[in-house]
Design a protein around this ligand. Structure first.
Ligand SMILES: Nc1ncnc2c1ncn2[C@@H]1O[C@H](COP(=O)(O)OP(=O)(O)OP(=O)(O)O)[C@@H](O)[C@H]1O
Ligand SMILES: NCC(=O)N[C@@H]1O[C@H](COP(=O)([O-])[O-])[C@@H](O)[C@H]1O
Ligand SMILES: [Mg+2]
Length: 394
């Protein structure tokens, strides 16, 4: 039992990170009468535009985050991005604050080393072969051991930032420099992974709630330069693949614990399913669930966080999502083509409302449903391609 937002009995959710995913989390929280507070590194971030209140702070500044949390005293602290001062989250949790799903999950997944070592070395889950390196020389050594092509990523980054495929010795230095520019924290450590020639890759949305662990139908996706371009649900898998995927998801999410949704990223190869990484929060490829499921990944996250039951998750229709990305930096732009996009059947568009564009920044997504995923992908692609960003500073 809790009171209305902005009253003394209100239940409060505070989001650390306020992008497009957080915006939907806030909207779902508000549907259940929850007070919402959005925090991020810049003003007018998408979730701030719909939350009751917002704060701007450097997300890696532990003191800054602590000050806001001590002032607000939220019932739930909900990390929405990877790069947060997670040491402070661990402290806050030990002082009695609730961090979703747990501070340890946020801590381990913020850095690729933490989660990869846990998955592979502690739990024995199958992954691509990997090495870590702190210098260009160590990277040369690691690449020589793993062979080419290999994939190089800053240990702290997301949406493919700083990530590249290294095809030969001659490319190593360029990949190193690219990783150094793309990482989110002032740390030079990188992970080098053997290149996996997967047949397809999926996100298995896995919810831990008072009702136990539930899985959404698998979401297939295509990524370009380490960032997602399109996703669809359900992805066709064999019974054996589904069993393997759910087993991996159960092991990793049981280990990380807490209540909330996880996005378990998996590679489907001809030799079996490999664990790639996991987000202890809604997943970008899971935006498709806004069109396909009775409860979207955002609704599921909020239900689980608040401690409410999740007796069923229903796929209403096959569907797909396709992203719109900017191709330059600008603070003066408009998004056009909505008339065309929305004239397609069974199609919706979410415009995130980010105040500025950057090269490769995701600005909107098209969502379509159809009798099968191929038709849905085609519709979502056409819708996204109808959208265009018009820049004032040509
Ligand atoms: N070892 C690998 N072999 C082949 N492809 C890979 C490998 N690692 C990553 N990729 C490709 O790059 C994509 C992004 O990688 P990863 O998920 O590790 O990065 P990310 O920056 O965390 O992305 P996001 O935040 O969007 O999840 C993967 O979904 C996959 O398509
Ligand atoms: N793969 C993780 C992911 O998609 N995260 C989403 O992107 C936002 C950052 O966008 P920005 O970099 O455009 O500000 C995050 O806040 C989150 O919503
Ligand atoms: Mg990923």
């Amino acid at each position: 039992m809790y009171g209305s937002p902005l009253t003394s009995g209100a239940r409060k959710v505070l989001l650390l990170g306020s992008g497009e995913l957080g915006k939907e989390v806030v909207l779902e929280a508000q549907r259940l009468g929850v007070e919402t507070i959005a925090v991020d590194r810049y003003a007018n971030a998408p979730a701030m535009q719909v939350a009751h209140r917002s704060y701007v702070t450097d997300m890696l500044d532990g003191d800054g985050i602590r000050r806001i949390i001590e002032e607000e005293r939220p019932d739930f602290i909900v990390p929405e991005i990877e790069a947060i001062a997670t040491e402070t989250l661990l402290e806050l949790e030990s002082e009695g604050h609730r961090v979703i799903p747990t501070a340890r999950a946020a801590r381990l997944t913020m850095d690729r080393e933490g989660i990869r070592r846990l998955a592979s070395e502690t739990l024995g889950l199958p992954t691509a072969p990997y090495r870590f390196a702190d210098t260009l020389d160590e990277l040369r050594q690691a690449a020589a051991e793993l062979g080419f092509p290999c994939v190089i990523k800053p240990i702290m980054s997301s949406s493919g930032k700083g990530q590249s495929v290294c095809r030969s010795e001659a490319e190593i230095e360029g990949c190193w420099n690219y990783a150094m520019e793309g990482g989110r924290a002032k740390k030079s450590r990188i992970i080098v992974e053997g290149f996996v020639t997967f047949e397809s890759e999926i996100t298995l949305l896995t919810v831990r709630s008072v009702s136990g662990t539930s899985y959404c139908p698998p979401i297939g996706h295509v990524q370009k330069d380490g960032d997602y371009i399109e996703s669809w649900q359900p992805h066709q898998m064999t019974e054996a693949q589904i069993r393997e995927a759910e087993e991996i998801a159960l092991r990793i999410t049981d280990e990380l614990g807490g209540y909330g949704i996880y996005g378990v990223e998996l590679f489907l190869t001809k030799d079996g399913v490999l664990f790639s990484e996991v987000s202890p929060r809604p997943h970008d490829t899971g935006m498709v669930t806004m069109a396909t499921q009775d409860l979207s990944e955002f609704a599921l996250h909020i239900r689980a966080i608040l401690g409410f039951p999740i007796p069923t998750i229903r796929l209403l229709s096959p569907g797909a999502s396709h992203t719109l990305k900017a191709d330059r930096e600008s603070a003066a732009f408009r998004i056009g083509g909505l008339e065309e996009a929305l004239s397609l059947p069974n199609t919706q568009v979410r415009v995130f409302g980010k105040p500025e564009t950057k090269v490769g920044r995701r600005m909107a997504v098209a969502l379509s449903t159809a009798p099968d995923t191929d038709a849905a992908r085609e519709l979502a692609r056409r819708a996204a391609e109808s959208l265009r960003i018009e820049y004032d500073n040509k």
